[in-house]
Design a protein around this ligand. Structure first.
Ligand SMILES: Nc1nc2c(ncn2[C@@H]2O[C@H](COP(=O)(O)OP(=O)(O)O)[C@@H](O)[C@H]2O)c(=O)[nH]1
Ligand SMILES: [Mg+2]
Length: 232
């Protein structure tokens, strides 16, 4: 087995049984197993390379266990992540409450991690609209508020699954590209649309995107939230 160099760490978060493992299985192996997977214990890791333009980006995906029993462990796995796919089950409103919990965690502890909200099991909604418990527009409003991307997926049919990971890789890649072009500048993620939303404005730890926003040495690079700051 050859080791893969991972470019971006991605973490799957969300309540138990929302379909995190199924999403990863569908994306990485193109399959869907009916019936519950053996509960993920701690976390499972898988790497997958994908093309973004003429570049190859390798995502290292950590599939965490969603149960509260493993909550402290999940924290270990999102540390340093560039992206978090926060999953909720479209047919289970409580799972969206849990997704909000993870968003708050990330906002407080991992401010440079981009968030992707993922409503799972959309095939069930398509089969019977009455089973939907989480409104699309409510989630979209929340996504806008926190500066996140929002998808509805089905691991059963494959709908939107590739799109989520492709978007993660594209966002990562566009920051990496700015880094290459920026010479002694390095890219820094901040997914907050407005500085007043950025938690680091209220804390001493610097989020370069906003803390240094008004400095001459910093220039905004793109609309997707990537900025540069001098290497320190
Ligand atoms: N119909 C349907 N069932 C799904 C989907 N994704 C997951 N499931 C089912 O939901 C259950 C929990 O899935 P799993 O991936 O183990 O959830 P996890 O605990 O979040 O990793 C399993 O029975 C899956 O077959 C989906 O997209 N559609
Ligand atoms: Mg699992």
């Amino acid at each position: 087995m050859t080791a893969m160099r991972v470019d971006a760490k991605v973490v799957m978060l969300g309540k138990e049984s929302v379909g995190k493992t199924s999403l990863v299985e569908r994306y990485v192996h193109g399959r869907f197993l009916v019936g519950p997977y053996q509960n993920t214990i701690g976390a499972a890791f898988v790497a997958k390379a994908l093309n973004v333009g003429d570049k190859v980006v390798t995502l290292g995906i950590w599939d965490t266990a969603g149960s509260e029993r493993y909550e402290a462990m999940s924290r270990i796995y999102y540390r340093g992540a560039r992206a978090a796919i926060v999953c909720y089950d479209l047919t289970d409103s409580s799972s969206f409450g849990r997704a909000r919990f993870w968003v708050k965690e990330l906002q407080n502890c991992e401010e440079h991690c981009k968030i992707y909200l993922c409503g799972t099991k959309s095939d069930l909604i398509e089969a019977d609209r009455s089973v939907r418990q989480v409104d699309y527009h409510d989630v979209q409003d929340f996504a806008d508020e926190i500066g996140a991307q929002h998808f509805e997926t089905s691991s059963k049919t494959g709908k939107n699954v590739d799109e989520v990971f492709q978007k993660v890789a594209e966002d990562f890649s566009s920051c990496a590209l700015e880094f290459m072009q920026g010479g002694s500048f390095r890219p820094v993620h901040c997914r907050w649309n407005a500085p007043q939303h950025c938690p680091s404005q209220r804390r001493r730890s610097p989020c370069f995107s906003h803390a240094f926003r008004n400095r001459r040495s910093l220039r905004p690079l793109s609309a997707n939230g990537c900025w540069t700051s001098p290497i320190i």
